[in-house]
Design a protein around this ligand. Structure first.
Ligand SMILES: NC(=O)c1ccc[n+]([C@@H]2O[C@H](COP(=O)([O-])OP(=O)(O)OC[C@H]3O[C@@H](n4cnc5c(N)ncnc54)[C@H](OP(=O)(O)O)[C@@H]3O)[C@@H](O)[C@H]2O)c1
Length: 337
């Protein structure tokens, strides 16, 4: 390790998954402070974002990829505490946020330098911790994989989620029309305030008919889907000719039957991805694109994370309860102190 070692304690408090199960299995533990290797930095964490994949990991159905920390937490913000070898950009004390391969629910986390970005201008640590996982995911899946262009229509399912609130704002900021689905009027209203042109309460309205109605019968050019199950065939119906459907989760089921004649007739592309297991080089390329194209928008608050609730690190279980209750709008964050 190159520098900063002397001020760093040997031990830290972290939130571990004591066994697979409900929110109460999240328990404070004393762990060794990680040591950054070549190309890595150590962050003194001030805040950590909560994401739905953390809930899946806690339940034991989404194990960390090989080599990643067993601690939950896919994003964090704080100060650079120490540098591994081969780091040129960052200095001890820099205020940063980062995509973490795990281990964000802790006082210290080590990350590859390519997954680190400066705190957006004027951001608090709790706001900055709410950015990386959603912005990396939306950037890649909506703009790179889905190739959304200005003037096209994006349909975002789960519009009030952390991912959904990010996709609505970014797509609007880059000149797309946005249609979204959410499960209550309150959530639909929040989506409209964020820039959605149309918000569909999927419990009361058929989203396929509503999308056709909102697009003069043409359908959506890009669909960001986290639902799966019976949404697969309905997405094919709601898509425009040459539409791109991007799957980022399958909360209603990973196995579906569909009607491929719709795919062929409309020349649809159905793709999908998972961010966490991707290489550090891939994540660094997304970080560079975000810094160039999205950080200026965060700095002027043209886009910003929607903050739901903040809990202390030791009450991570309450944060998971809040996410599983499903009443949240936007991001739930841990204050690490
Ligand atoms: N592939 C990747 O790389 C990647 C990365 C990050 C996250 N994700 C996934 O993206 C999703 C959102 O993550 P998040 O952290 O933003 O979670 P979140 O805030 O908890 O959002 C979950 C959303 O899913 C919606 N939902 C759940 N079941 C639904 C159903 N049957 N029909 C319609 N909507 C449903 C909920 O909407 P209502 O409350 O309105 O029903 C809620 O807004 C998660 O599934 C997560 O696993 C994927």
């Amino acid at each position: 390790m190159a520098s900063g070692q002397d001020k760093i304690p040997a031990k830290m408090t972290a939130i571990a998954i004591s066994e697979p199960g409900g929110p109460r299995v999240l328990k404070p533990e004393t762990r060794d402070v990680p040591v950054p290797g070549p190309g890595e930095i150590l962050i003194r964490v001030r805040a950590a974002g909560i994401n739905r994949p953390d809930v899946q990991q806690r339940k034991g159905v989404y194990p960390p990829p090989p080599g990643a920390s067993d601690l939950p937490g896919l994003e964090a913000s704080g100060e650079v505490a120490a540098l591994g070898d081969e780091i040129s950009r960052w200095r001890v004390g820099d205020r940063v946020c980062a995509l973490t391969p795990g281990g964000g629910y802790a006082e210290y986390v080590k990350v590859h330098a390519g997954s680190v970005l400066p705190l957006p201008a004027g951001f608090t640590h709790t706001e900055a911790a709410a950015v990386p996982e959603n912005y990396f995911t939306v950037w890649h899946n909506v703009f790179e994989r889905g190739a959304l262009k200005s003037g096209e229509t994006l349909l975002v399912h789960g519009g009030s989620s952390g991912i959904g609130t990010t996709a609505i704002q970014l797509a609007s900021a880059f000149g797309a029309h946005v249609i979204t689905t959410a499960g209550s009027q309150e959530k639909c209203d929040a989506c409209l305030k964020l820039g959605a042109d149309r918000a569909i309460n999927y419990r009361e309205e058929d989203f396929v008919a509503a999308v056709k109605d909102a697009t003069g019968g043409k359908g959506a050019n890009v669909i960001l889907d986290m639902v799966g199950g019976d949404y697969v065939v309905r997405n094919y119906e709601a898509a425009a000719v040459e539409g791109r459907i991007v799957q980022i989760a399958t909360q209603s089921g990973a196995v579906a039957s569909t009607d491929f004649s719709k795919m062929m007739a409309k020349r649809l592309t159905h793709t999908g991805s998972m961010l966490r297991p991707r290489t550090v080089e891939f994540k660094a390329a997304i970080a560079a694109a975000l810094e160039a194209q999205v950080w200026p928008l965060l700095g002027t608050r043209k886009v910003a994370p929607v903050m739901d609730m903040i809990f202390p690190l030791r009450e991570a279980w309450r944060a998971h309860e809040r996410m599983e209750d499903g009443d949240h709008i936007g991001k739930i964050v841990l204050d690490v102190g």
